[in-house]
Design a protein around this ligand. Structure first.
Ligand code: NDP
Length: 332
């Protein structure tokens, strides 16, 4: 793979210019470019510049409003509904997280229910933003069907990601962010592009047969949930939280509403925030730290998020797929 070297600032500028030229206003372009460049900075490549052509396709097709502003409705002191008004999720999230954090600090626990928004990114930014406020965060969202429930051969779930962050004093939070599919579809796309095989039990081809070829999965096949029936149950929970509870589309409904332009699908996001100070009391950090340092000190263990946090420290340029950069420059 040929790559070009770009600084994180250059990645941000490239994404921002491309979004601005294609119909985003400043606020939406800034928020989406921050999300994209943060993903490249952290080495979360399946949700960095790789996603930009999809964002642009959905602006060009008119599916997403690049000038949308989120509007909130306070359902109760601890429940906020946020309407994305058909905009990209990054602006809705940047707008909604401070409201959610304020409510969780006051009430001990609060939820943010984002509707009518287009999510195409990783889910760690929202929970890390909560951890920065010393709150525990949990987020999940849905997309369109790509994953067969355990035992089935046809897709009903999306790759249904879930993220969780637990704050730690004076250091990075404990955070995981994962698709509940055996692999994120973005990673399958990256594997196909780079000529890599998939691990076994990742997907089925269009005839329902197991395959390790990412092109078989992309060509009418399906992904499988991680961990068999257990992953299938967690994916179901995510559909019920991010669609049933939020009051937006389930993955199968979002697919019917989508114009298939290759961009994100409309849908909801469920974000929960909890205050350990309120719920556990002032000893929460010292107590949890005893557990986390036990965990971290065990031979063979590395905490999720560590790879990203280490990448984040680097001030070096990032190596970006040259073909992708050419494609993006062609969209400006
Ligand atoms: P991975 O399987 O790469 O990683 C999942 C989590 O496990 C990460 O927190 C990762 O930390 C951690 N991890 C990885 N390897 C290890 C290890 N050896 N030991 C301990 N922890 C480890 O992610 P996925 O492919 O499942 O998901 C990728 C991204 O795709 C996520 O950010 C997700 O939000 C996003 N996504 C978004 C969708 C959307 O619709 N918006 C849909 C589906 C996925 P680390 O990052 O530090 O490696």
């Amino acid at each position: 793979m040929t790559t070009v070297e770009l600084s994180v600032e250059e990645i941000y500028d490239l994404a921002r210019s491309c979004l601005l030229v294609n119909g985003c206003d400043e606020a939406n372009a800034d928020a989406a470019a921050r999300t994209i460049s943060a993903a490249e900075r952290d080495g979360a490549l399946s949700h960095g510049l790789f996603r930009l052509p999809g964002y642009i396709a959905s602006l060009r097709s008119g599916k997403v409003d690049g000038t949308a502003r989120p509007t909130e409705q306070q359902l109760t002191p601890s429940a906020i509904r946020l309407d994305g008004n058909r905009g990209f999720a990054p602006l809705a999230i940047e707008y909604g997280i401070p409201l959610l954090a304020d409510a969780a600090e006051e009430m001990g626990i609060a939820v943010l229910l984002i509707r009518n928004s287009f999510h195409f990114a990783a889910l760690w930014p929202e929970v890390e933003a909560l951890a920065e406020r010393n709150l525990v965060g949990l987020a999940c969202t849905v997309h369109t069907p790509m994953v067969a429930p355990f035992g089935a051969k046809k897709a009903l779930f999306s790759t249904n990601p879930i993220s969780f962050a637990f704050p730690r004093r004076d250091q990075d939070p404990y955070v995981f962010d994962m698709a509940t599919a055996a692999r994120a579809m973005g990673d399958v796309g990256v594997a196909a592009r780079d000529g890599h095989k998939l691990p076994k039990e990742t997907g089925l081809d269009k005839h329902g047969k197991p395959t390790t070829d990412p092109n078989d999965v992309l060509d009418g096949g399906v992904l499988l949930p991680f961990g068999g029936y257990k992953g299938s149950a967690i994916a179901t929970m995510i559909e019920l939280l991010a669609a049933g509870l939020v009051g937006d589309f389930f993955s199968f409904e979002a697919a019917k509403a989508d114009n298939k332009d290759g961009g994100p699908a409309i849908g909801g996001e469920f974000i929960l925030a909890m205050s350990p100070e309120t719920l556990a009391g002032p000893n929460w950090s010292r107590h949890s730290e005893q557990f986390l340092s036990e965990l971290e000190g065990m031979e063979g263990v590395r905490l999720p998020g560590r790879r990203r946090f280490e990448n984040r420290q680097s001030t070096d340029t990032r190596s970006v797929n040259a073909e992708l950069v050419t494609t993006i420059r062609g969209l400006i």
